[in-house]
Design a protein. Structure first.
Ligand SMILES: NC(=O)c1ccc[n+]([C@@H]2O[C@H](COP(=O)([O-])OP(=O)(O)OC[C@H]3O[C@@H](n4cnc5c(N)ncnc54)[C@H](OP(=O)(O)O)[C@@H]3O)[C@@H](O)[C@H]2O)c1
Length: 336
């Protein structure tokens, strides 16, 4: 089968096509013939060796796919050959014609969800849902500040807020990303350009405060880190929950007394580790998420940037250039 991989730390330009044997499913695992693969910032971090955990090379990017089950390992009773699924493969492997993954990482797709849209659900929506509900205990009527709101996790978080009846306030960096955030359910947006995002925390806090007015967010969804984390923490409601998802803009050093002063909780988690360590709970959540999307309770927009398999490197480069407005997916099989 054909795959796209990097031999060592690299970017979209160093991604190479390779021939690899079709994997055989281990016990409790299945093989999925990939229709489409969703791409995320984490793929770039792992490709370049900048992820929290060391990357094993050669490395095939792609942590979320959709497709059809083509082989089933011993002990799997929940899936059969031919099932249409969305699947996580959290250590990469998605940019391939076939992917081997645990059966618990797969959810059967109801008819209403097409394979291209399904390819961008597992990681971003899974993460947003897990953080906001499991850790954030999000409730109707609450106010949520979503940083990096036009990103993959950010837009999913906006949609989860909309579904729950919470008010989402979005931080974005450009007018196009503002429009995207509003389309995904943000009630209002603060626009701070990419360079200005590196201003001192006190300055960012002032801008945030004037945007928020009397409001204080009950929850902060923070996938960006950098100086914006401290600014957000300075403005959180008493008793609020600051959800630490990621560090697109760098790992911040924050005065710990802010947690005391704001009487808030700072909660970090790794969705990948959660899925690996609590596979059954993660599977139940994933199934619940897909059902909410199928019934229309939760909206999941289709990817905005779709590339053919041969252009996987360009797809990753677009992400690296921060030139995306909406999700990026690669169409691996042409009937997807
Ligand atoms: N904890 C978990 O389990 C978990 C799960 C999934 C993702 N994550 C992490 O969450 C972060 C965001 O992931 P994502 O998939 O949502 O990424 P994404 O789609 O690229 O979105 C990242 C957002 O952050 C903003 N940003 C601000 N400064 C940035 C910088 N220096 N470089 C890149 N983006 C910057 C970008 O907006 P502008 O370009 O408009 O500024 C963009 O909207 C990543 O660090 C990822 O590893 C964590």
């Amino acid at each position: 089968m054909k795959v796209y991989e990097v031999a060592g730390p690299g970017t979209g330009e160093t991604l190479m096509p390779r021939d690899r044997p079709v994997p055989k499913p281990a016990d409790g695992h299945v093989v999925v013939r990939v229709a489409a693969c969703g791409l995320n910032l984490v793929d770039l971090l792992m490709m370049s060796g900048r992820y929290q955990k060391a990357t094993d090379y050669p490395f095939i990017p792609g942590q979320e796919v959709s497709g059809t089950v083509s082989d089933v390992g011993a002990g799997v009773t929940s899936l059969k050959v031919g099932d249409r699924v969305a699947a996580r493969c959290s250590r990469g492997a998605g940019l391939a014609q076939c992917v081997e993954t645990a059966a618990d990482n797969c959810v059967i797709l109801p008819d209403g969800i097409d394979l291209l849209a399904a390819a961008v659900l597992p990681v971003s929506f899974g993460t947003a849902d897990h953080f906001l509900h499991h850790h954030g205990h999000l409730a109707k009527g609450e106010t949520v500040l979503v940083l990096g709101a036009a990103g993959a996790v950010g837009t999913a978080a906006l949609q989860v807020c909309r579904e729950t009846g919470a008010e989402a306030l979005a931080l974005v960096s450009s007018p196009a990303k503002r429009d995207l955030a509003l389309a995904n359910g943000a009630a209002d947006c603060l626009q701070i350009g990419s360079l200005d995002m590196h201003a001192e925390p006190a300055e960012l806090s002032k801008r945030l405060k004037s945007f928020l007015g009397e409001k204080r967010p009950d929850i902060v969804v923070d996938p960006i880190g950098g100086n914006m984390s401290e600014a957000a923490l300075r403005n959180i409601a008493v008793g609020g929950r600051h959800l630490v998802l990621g560090f697109a803009a760098g790992i911040p050093r924050i005065p710990m007394n802010l947690a005391l002063v704001r009487r808030c909780r700072i909660i970090g988690d790794s969705f990948r580790a959660y899925c690996e360590q609590e596979p059954q709970a993660a599977h139940a959540r994933f199934e619940n998420l897909v059902n909410r999307i199928a019934t229309g309770a939760l909206r999941a927009p289709a990817p905005a940037h779709v590339f053919d398999f041969e252009r996987s490197g360009e797809a990753l480069q677009l992400l690296a250039d921060r030139a995306t407005v909406g999700r990026v997916a690669v169409r691996v099989a042409y009937d997807a």
